[in-house]
Design a protein around this ligand. Structure first.
Ligand code: GRF
Length: 209
């Protein structure tokens, strides 16, 4: 099996991107980062890509009349860069079927909650407001819904009585960084499989090494 070619989509500070860059730099993760694309200019994630010497680019959604046109440009850019798997690392745009079909079952996302609880934005605040005693993060395949795709892996953290949104988010983020890299290792090793039983919800099986 050749080295996995990934493209990483970002919108913000890029600490998850950094975890991937570090793992690749330390040779503990065998993937090629073909390109990092941000839909927002001047974000921390772009600076991290630049520092690591990884190809990076801004494609602003604001330059396109609708999601469909934006997604077509994104797909073209990723394809030209040779991307096989797309990694959403804090990418804050919902993708259209155009994008989803172009990289079908080859798109993963990280979400700061134990899905299916608390999808969408401000997941950590949703968890705090609800009063759950455990929170965490989820890496999942991306489908047409918001944070609804088949779950690949999760990590759990406790919610402490004196937590605020920032403290809980930080505790979850530390687990995100480890989990994302771990899942990419599994994918790179060809160990992640999605079941396709008719009329059953697809589930993810991690095959043994
Ligand atoms: C993370 O909490 C991730 O789960 C969510 O957006 C945040 C991105 O953080 N999707 P960063 O840009 O990787 O620091």
């Amino acid at each position: 099996m050749g080295t996995l070619k990934i493209g990483i989509l970002v919108s913000g500070s890029g600490t998850n991107l950094q975890a991937i860059l570090d793992a690749v730099g330390e040779h503990s993760l065998d993937v090629e980062i073909c390109i990092v694309v941000s839909n927002v200019p001047n974000v921390g994630a772009l600076a991290r890509a630049r520092l690591a010497g990884v190809p990076h680019k801004v494609i602003s959604h604001r330059d396109y009349a609708n999601r469909e046109l934006f997604d077509r440009v994104l797909v073209d850019e990723l394809r030209q860069a040779g991307v096989e798997w797309v990694v959403l690392a804090g990418f804050m745009r919902v993708l259209t079927p155009t994008f989803l079909l172009a990289f079908e079952r080859h798109i993963i996302n990280i979400h700061p909650a134990l899905l299916p609880a608390f999808p969408g934005t401000h997941a950590q605040k949703q968890a705090l407001d609800y009063g759950v005693k455990f929170a965490g993060c989820t890496v999942h395949f991306v489908d047409a819904g918001v944070d609804t795709g088949p779950i690949i892996a999760q990590r759990v953290v406790p919610v402490l009585d004196d937590d605020d949104e920032q403290r809980l988010s930080q505790r979850i983020l530390e687990q995100e960084h480890q989990l994302f890299v771990e899942v990419l290792r599994w994918i790179a090793a060809g160990r992640v499989r999605v079941t396709t039983e008719p009329s059953a919800r697809p589930r993810v099986i991690i095959t043994p090494p």
